[in-house]
Design a binder for this molecule. Structure first.
Ligand code: FAD
Length: 485
């Protein structure tokens, strides 16, 4: 601790998680009664020249938004400001939709070739029936919409999964981060500061080394340095994110064009189109002005690019989905000629053994990078952030009461690791596995969409219906245990 009773915390990385964690820690109130209270001082060190996020869409789960509110209600308000309702702006639709994107249904349970029939001759069986209780939300007024006459129709059953109030809303990443950065006090984030390593000093404090030759001392390091985390490599050199042999084409389509081709109801609502060894997701972003399209394909090759993204051409996507049903081909046809493709990496094959070591903790993707198939990787990081804020708040109070600072901080990050490890590692595994379900690669489910939906629903509920209050209580309990053991 510095001589003026400050606990100095260094956050590495101002991606989504480093930024939200910093705001959460800044919201911990400092005591007003004590004459010389222990205070927290935060610094975020970011290697880039600015805080930036790619212009792609991201969705936050209901429990991620609750975690934001518990850290600082203004963060969740930022989501609300930039988020785009699924469905009509004045009549949001809280359901996610899963459909067979490959086969064309001609009635009953049978299916035929996907070739031909685009825009006409495709019998839509709609979403009637009562086999899937989640298919309708209460007071759902939109059930007939899938049959809306204009544009290409979705074929076969539409499996609707209620995602909770405002449970699925796309945000533009850059817009969200811009809003959030307005809450960040001047001077907290230091840019062009690439951390290259760290050492413990005899005092028990940590010295960070930067690529510009600079050094700083701190009491606690929270590594939010993403999937390629330098700190994770330093702690656990044998762990390395792996290419999942899957990449995603990503493109944005003007919503007016999407509506004219797909029909208003379908274009404005998130749909996940499942099929053999690939799947396509689309949802509205930018206040319904754009449709975000993500088309995942399996890749037998290694990823040889130095970065995680590479330019792609529309013809590659058209080729990959040539055999698919008319609706998916119509979505692909909307994509611009120039696209990006994103390699999907995760830590499925080499998980770290724990998230805390001494006074250093891994947070967000640095700890548990998952494939994006649950749309919850950042949400997990937000849950991590709340757990850390809870534990560090208790540690600060204890230091004020005379507990030794290193002991209190180490207990805080150990408690965080113990509480967060199982759930976040499960997400890494389940994201991969639910991706196999979408792509009919799970041998026990195959192309059976009824069974696929049951699997998707069970996994999604485990992501969404998480008891955040119980997590907070458990962090407090574990912190006490770690302090005395
Ligand atoms: C295609 C795709 C779609 C996704 N969709 C969703 C979704 O809908 N919902 C969801 O919840 N999640 C989603 N995710 C996951 C989500 O994007 C990540 O979990 C999240 O962005 C991770 O944030 P982070 O802050 O941990 O890491 P990052 O965003 O990678 O940030 C790391 C930061 O650390 C900095 N840094 C790295 N090394 C150093 C260093 N040595 N020194 C200083 N700074 C450093 C970097 O410059 C960067 O700013 C998706 C992921 C992908 C790939």
């Amino acid at each position: 601790m510095s001589t003026d009773n400050r606990i100095e915390i260094a956050i590495i990385g101002s991606g989504l998680i480093g930024t939200l964690l910093a705001l959460g820690l800044l919201s911990i109130p400092n005591p007003t009664t004590d004459s010389n209270p222990t205070t927290l001082r935060m610094k975020v060190y970011e290697q880039s020249a600015t805080t930036h996020e790619l212009g792609a869409g991201i969705g936050f789960t209901t429990c991620a938004r609750k975690c934001m509110t518990l850290m600082d209600a203004r963060i969740a308000e930022c989501v609300a400001r930039v988020a785009t309702h699924n469905g009509e702006a004045e009549d949001p639709d809280y359901c996610m939709r899963f459909v067979d994107g490959f086969r064309t249904y001609t009635g009953g349970d049978c299916w035929g070739t996907s070739k031909g029939g685009e825009g006409g001759g495709v019998d839509v069986r709609g979403i009637g029936g009562d086999r899937y209780p989640d298919r309708f939300e209460d007071n759902n007024n939109n059930r007939g919409g899938e049959d809306e006459g204009n544009g290409v129709h979705v074929s076969g059953k539409v499996y609707k999964l209620y995602a909770g109030p405002r449970g699925f809303e796309g945000c533009h990443r850059g817009q969200f981060l811009d809003e959030v950065m307005k809450l960040m006090p001047e001077g907290v984030v230091e840019y062009n500061k690439r951390v290259e390593g760290y050492e413990y000093l005899p005092s028990g404090r940590i010295q960070l080394r930067f690529s510009d030759g600079g050094r700083v001392e701190c009491d606690l390091v929270l590594a939010c340095d993403g999937i390629k985390s330098l700190i994770r490599t330093h702690l656990y050199p044998e762990t390395k994110p792996q290419y999942t042999h899957q990449f995603a084409f990503r493109g944005l389509v003007p919503m007016s064009t999407a509506i004219s081709k797909l029909g208003r109801y379908r274009a404005l609502r998130q749909h996940m189109h499942c099929g053999p060894r690939a799947h396509v997701l689309h949802f509205p972003i930018a206040k319904q002005q754009l449709m975000n399209v993500v088309a995942f394909v399996q890749d037998p090759n290694d990823w040889t690019q130095s970065g995680m993204t590479a330019p792609a051409r529309k013809s590659e996507v058209v080729d990959a989905f040539r055999e698919w049903g008319p609706f998916v081909r119509a979505v692909i046809d909307l994509l611009p000629e120039e696209l990006d493709k994103w390699a999907v990496f995760d830590t499925y094959d080499s998980p770290v053994p724990k998230y805390a070591d001494g006074s250093v903790a891994l947070v967000g993707d640095a700890a548990h990078a998952s494939s994006p198939h649950h749309g919850a990787g950042a949400g997990m990081g937000v849950e991590d952030a709340l757990a850390l804020v809870t534990a560090i708040r208790r540690a600060r109070e204890d230091v004020d009461r005379g507990v030794e600072v290193n002991g209190a901080l180490e207990a805080a990050v150990r408690a965080y690791s113990r509480v967060r490890y199982e759930r976040s590692q499960w997400l890494v595994r389940s994201s991969r596995e639910v991706g196999w379900t979408y792509e009919w690669m799970d041998e026990s489910i195959g192309a059976d969409m009824d069974r696929a939906f049951a699997d998707i629903k069970e996994r999604s509920h485990r992501v969404w219906y998480f008891n955040v209050d119980a997590m907070v209580a458990e962090v407090e309990r574990q912190y006490r245990w770690c302090l005395w053991n």
